[in-house]
Design a protein around this ligand. Structure first.
Ligand SMILES: Cc1cc2nc3c(=O)[nH]c(=O)nc-3n(C[C@H](O)[C@H](O)[C@H](O)COP(=O)(O)OP(=O)(O)OC[C@H]3O[C@@H](n4cnc5c(N)ncnc54)[C@H](O)[C@@H]3O)c2cc1C
Ligand code: SF4
Length: 477
């Protein structure tokens, strides 16, 4: 009888790929985890208990067929593992790197709940697809037959790119419009290289170009351009994300040195590409030699504090008004940040900034947690008389994002939006009430996750393919 390759979670302990020492990773913007060696990946995949009803799969927004590709990996059938993995996910190596697995697939792994430590799903997913790239198994999609219809996609983030990939495979002409000079959206200019190295994103864009997707970059879509895109294409997908930074108005918020997180991260990512970035070179977005305070407790705040460390800040503090247990950011990222030298000031909220023209400090008020609010989380309450000033040369506000006013920007008063300004679109198709206009990703969901943008892009492409009666049997790679 063949040896049972799976269910090894009792004999084999959970083991992540090697993490570089904090002292070393503070010095560069490279990813912090190494790749599994083949034997290690097989061993870790073999821990899967092959559940009949796999909760990991149902809690993955893409419903990835995780137990199957783990089994194929454990038995050394990597090319097949890659085929199964890419059938449901357009960018598996990107999700494997940056999905918050502890809240999605891995957080729902049955062996995690039995106390044995989750299967390292994300790391195996990354390993499978990185190996596929190395071996040349990832090929540009060439459709069996070209179609007459064309689709215009506004926004080259993960949502827009996932839709572009599927539509192109089905033979549509696809043009992706983006205001930036590089495609990728937040994968390129938001998320730092230590979580997602830029060549991982660029090779995907290169592949899409090779499959015939056209990119119209440096194209900031306004009312005139929107009208032209709408007239030119049979369908239009809005995938513009959310970019308006939430702000706090308080004494001193106009001082120089009080900056928005997205501008700070974009400048840093541009420098990693080797671009000349005037506002970085002038020192405005460079934390080198500065005392940095970041305000916020989400993943954007975590990316800012860790970027500041790498830029050579003398100290980096993160102020968050709730405690560690109630923060929205990933606990894994907080742990990484602490290892790298970031200090967290929990239960601390800003009430203003000191300084004349340039910021010199943050006026901090201490909080305690009271009754739960509408979100179910305990609401922070002020502790009287516990204020202090935290000295700072650079303050970065990472307070979340809101949508731009798209009906106004695109000159389309009929484009339906919610009271939060996100575009109203049908569940599972992305169709809006405007004929032939679809919307996907963060501009529909509000600030969300890469994996959800990919899911939306795939669902929307499928709806368009169905609408035009194109065969869904898309071109093989
Ligand atoms: C700092 C940061 C870190 C994050 N980290 C993670 C993480 O670790 N894991 C995770 O899953 N998610 C993370 N997210 C969230 C994730 O990046 C987003 O949910 C995801 O990128 C949304 O994809 P999207 O395609 O909807 O939009 P985006 O990625 O925002 O792309 C939208 C694109 O539209 C373009 N655009 C906008 N308006 C116009 C216009 N008028 N004309 C032309 N082009 C336009 C933009 O230039 C952009 O390229 C992070 C977000 C931020 C800000
Ligand atoms: S896409 Fe994300 S949630 Fe789904 S299996 Fe991969 S890492 Fe887990």
């Amino acid at each position: 009888m063949a040896k049972q390759p799976m269910l090894k979670f009792v004999q084999i302990e959970r083991d992540m790929p090697e993490k570089r020492a904090a002292t070393e990773r503070r010095e560069d913007f490279d990813e912090i985890y190494a790749e599994y060696a083949a034997a290690k990946a097989e061993e870790q995949a073999s821990r899967c208990s092959q559940c009949g009803v796999p909760y990991c799969q149902s809690h993955c927004p893409l419903h990835n067929n995780i137990p199957d590709w783990l089994r194929l990996t454990a038995t050394g059938r990597l090319e097949e593992a890659y085929q199964v993995s890419q059938a449901t996910n357009t960018f598996p190596e990107i999700c494997g790197r940056i999905c918050p697995q502890d809240r999605l697939c891995e957080g729902n792994c049955v062996i995690e709940q039995s106390g044995h430590g989750t299967v390292t799903i994300g790391s195996v997913e990354k390993y499978i697809t990185d190996t596929a790239w190395e071996n040349g198994w990832v090929k540009p999609a060439v459709p069996d037959q070209e179609r007459d219809e064309s689709v215009g996609i506004i926004g080259a983030g993960p949502g827009g790119l996932a839709a572009a990939d599927m539509l192109r495979r089905a033979g549509f002409s696809v043009t992706v419009y983006d205001r930036y000079d590089r495609a990728g959206g937040l994968l390129t200019y938001g998320i730092p290289g230590f979580k997602l190295e830029k060549d991982v994103v660029m090779r995907r864009i290169d592949q899409l170009e090779k499959s015939g997707v056209e990119f119209a970059l440096n194209c900031d879509v306004d009312a005139d351009i929107f009208a032209a895109i709408h007239a030119e294409h049979d369908a239009v997908i809005i995938a513009t994300g959310v970019y308006k930074s939430r702000d706090i108005q308080m004494p001193g918020s106009g001082l120089s040195g009080v900056e928005k997180a997205i501008d700070y991260l974009t400048a840093s990512n541009r420098k990693s590409f080797g671009d000349a970035v005037e506002e970085f070179d002038s020192g405005r977005y460079d934390a080198n030699g500065k005392r940095v305070v970041v305000i916020g407790g989400g993943d954007t705040a975590m990316d800012c504090v860790r970027t500041a460390i790498r830029q050579g800040a003398t100290s980096v503090k993160c102020l968050y008004r709730r405690d560690r247990a109630n923060m929205p950011g990933s606990q894994r990222e907080v742990a990484n940040a602490e290892e790298e030298g970031v200090v967290f000031e929990w239960l601390s909220a800003p009430k203003g900034f000191t300084g004349n023209d340039t910021v010199e400090g943050v006026m901090v008020q201490k909080m305690r947690l009271g009754q739960p609010d509408a979100s179910g989380r305990q609401a922070p309450e002020l502790i009287e008389g516990a204020d202090y000033v935290e000295e700072a040369d650079l303050v970065i506000k990472a307070l979340g994002f809101e949508p731009e006013d798209l009906p106004k920007l695109f000159g389309q008063p009929d484009l339906p939006v919610t009271r939060w300004g996100t575009v109203k679109a049908a569940f599972r198709t992305g169709a809006t009430d405007m004929e032939g206009v679809y919307a996907i990703g963060d501009i529909v969901r509000g600030a969300s996750l890469v994996v959800w943008a990919i899911r939306d892009g795939r669902d929307c492409a499928e709806a368009i393919i169905e609408k035009f009666n194109a065969p869904l049997s898309v071109a093989a790679e």
